[in-house]
Design a protein around this ligand. Structure first.
Ligand SMILES: *[C@@H]1O[C@H](CO)[C@@H](O)[C@H](O)[C@H]1NC(C)=O
Length: 242
């Protein structure tokens, strides 16, 4: 992941459509948290056109327009370039660790909700949706297991959607033909949790599951009645009854 810390300095910002807009953008760019490849870029814009830029890897100002080229020549000989060369340390290396420790290293665990949005009917498959809410950072893996096997087809998922408050949500849909006794679960892997979060689907039973449960429960009740009756009969027959 590339991180860009951006500071917008508007030197004379006009919000009017017929006004002029002069500003500089300071970027600290890195792709690793140890900041080993950190680069500092300061770009000057007039309206939306960049005209001069300092790049810490280059170590000098480079102009893009005639005005920019003239300025670059002058600034590269003066104190301006010395000041810019110190910005990588002073500005980027100072601020980025603060951002890492206060925001980027933080992880917030998703809340998982698993529900059925379509029952199987007339040869059409059923559909389950597994939703993860309120997690950070956005990198997440949501997948399905049927009897312990990862499902590779009949799954569609949204991208990670920003809630606009640093938290994200994502939804994964599974289409399946219900069969008796299968075990379906939704698995979520996220940096906030060392172990994968597994939520098992324990919703609707199929008709044949229901029949088995009724037969089993009836047998159980019958067994209790018969053994109680047998026990009472034995007690009543024994000589020390009452
Ligand atoms: C800064 O300059 C280096 C060396 O020319 C270049 O590789 C890099 O892409 C430049 N960075 C940006 C953001 O333009």
């Amino acid at each position: 992941m590339i991180l860009i810390l951006q500071l917008l300095l508007a030197l004379s910002l006009s919000l009017r459509a017929d006004g002029y807009n002069h500003y500089t953008v300071k970027d600290c760019i890195t792709s690793s948290s140890d900041l080993s490849d950190l680069e500092y870029i300061n770009t000057y814009y007039f309206n939306k056109d960049p005209y001069i830029q300092f790049n810490s890897t280059v170590g000098e100002f480079v102009g893009f327009t005639e005005f920019g080229v003239n300025n670059a020549e002058r600034w590269n000989k003066g104190p301006e370039v010395q000041q810019e060369r110190a910005e990588l340390e002073r500005y980027c290396k100072h601020n980025l660790p603060i951002y890492y420790s206060t925001i980027l290293d933080k992880a917030v665990k998703p809340k998982i909700r698993l529900r059925s949005i379509k029952q199987a009917s007339g040869g059409h498959p059923a559909m389950l949706v597994c939703s993860a809410y309120g997690f950070y950072p956005p990198v997440i893996d949501v997948y399905w297991l049927i009897d312990g096997e990862k499902v590779t087809s009949d799954v569609t998922a949204t991208v990670e959607m920003a809630d606009g408050d640093w938290y994200y949500q994502i939804h994964s849909f599974l289409e399946y033909m219900p069969t008796s006794g299968e075990k379906i679960s939704c698995v979520v892997e996220h940096t906030s949790s060392k172990e994968p979060i597994i939520v098992e689907w324990e919703g609707s039973f199929t008709n044949s599951d229901m029949a088995k449960i009724i037969v089993g429960a009836s047998g159980f009740v019958l067994g209790i009645i018969l053994s109680t009756a047998g026990f009472l009969y034995y007690k009543m027959k024994s000589p020390d009854f009452l």
